[in-house]
Design a protein around this ligand. Structure first.
Ligand code: FAD
Length: 282
């Protein structure tokens, strides 16, 4: 079981070290795909660990700039202390955003976690965005509140990564069927494409039908990119690159990959669910 799992997990995770991430991003670049690096980890409870995480992201930004690899970074708020001190978390994002700006004027994404953190993450993002325009936030199409959030965020200049959502949320706040979620994803995609502010955004899905919706809408607005996870739908990525769309892949790395992924494998056996959950849920 373990050997099988290591092989499967290795498709999705670059390796344990920062340089594994950089090398994987270079490989993506060689295929015309941009990188989006993430240090695995979530729900960090001590300031010492958060401090180490902040230093690792600073080193990562420095290495991205030095190695001239084309990659952005994406960070979960609970990696930077959102669960125990939102103000401290904001300071950490601001420090990383400052580094991101000074190293090659890079772009920083804020991942979205489970619903206890939705409002806190949006509040956090608004404060980061006010000072650092080259930052973006993930918005989850399965949440009933997301259309409202999108309409509130776009006039502020928000850059949105639209995802379906990876956490197991209650029916009171989230759509539960694949059909409902896809319909809402299409609706939100349309709002992004038709937004008069023309803010940059990302369509982050492996769902071919939703990719087609975006391709169709992109006739009138090309200020967006497709984002997918490393190791998933590589053929579709290549086709999109061939068709001159901008494609980016999320490349996780870090020592925590094995523990995380093993935990997920015990919970769910379907590979795609395992992949997504190992990356985005606790
Ligand atoms: C770049 C990126 C960033 C993300 N960030 C976040 C985040 O911050 N917060 C969060 O909650 N979630 C995040 N997610 C995860 C997201 O919420 C979804 O859980 C995840 O992308 C799966 O949904 P899907 O849209 O790909 O559709 P799914 O319904 O999982 O898949 C749709 C269809 O895609 C096809 N497909 C999927 N995988 C394969 C495969 N391996 N081979 C062939 N066909 C396949 C199948 O036809 C499948 O039916 C992110 C996802 C991406 C890609």
């Amino acid at each position: 079981m373990t050997g099988f799992f290591v092989r499967v997990a290795r498709q999705w995770i670059a390796g344990e070290m920062l340089d594994d991430g950089i090398e994987r991003a270079k490989k993506s670049n060689s295929k015309g795909i941009l990188g989006l690096l993430n240090l695995l980890g979530e729900d960090i409870k001590s300031k010492t660990q958060v401090k180490d995480t902040v230093s690792e992201y600073s080193r990562l930004l420095e290495r991205i700039a030095q190695s001239k690899v084309s990659s952005q970074i994406s960070i979960k708020p609970t990696q930077l202390g959102l669960a125990f001190d939102p103000e401290y978390c904001l300071q950490n994002y601001q420090k990383i955003a400052e580094d991101s700006k000074s190293y090659s004027d890079n772009f920083l994404w804020v991942d979205m976690e489970g619903s206890p953190f939705t409002q806190k993450t949006i509040d956090l993002y608004k404060q980061i965005l006010a000072k650092y325009p080259k930052t973006g936030i993930a918005i989850q199409a399965y949440l009933k509140r997301s259309e409202r959030d999108l309409r509130e965020l776009l006039p502020l200049g928000a850059k949105v990564r639209l995802v379906k959502g990876a956490y197991n949320e209650p029916a009171e706040i989230a759509m539960k069927t694949k059909k409902e979620i896809s319909e809402n994803y299409s609706k939100l995609t349309r709002i992004l494409f038709e937004d008069p502010g023309r803010n940059f955004f990302a369509v982050a899905t492996h769902d071919g039908k939703l990719v087609d919706v975006a391709k169709e809408l992109s006739r009138d607005n090309a200020n967006f990119e497709f984002e997918m996870l490393m190791g998933v739908r590589d053929r579709l990525k290549a086709e999109l690159v061939q068709d001159k769309f901008q494609v980016r892949e999320y490349i996780p790395y870090g020592p925590e990959w094995f523990a995380y992924s093993m935990r997920r494998l015990r919970e769910k056996r379907s590979n795609i669910l395992l992949l997504v959950r190992s990356l985005f849920s606790s």
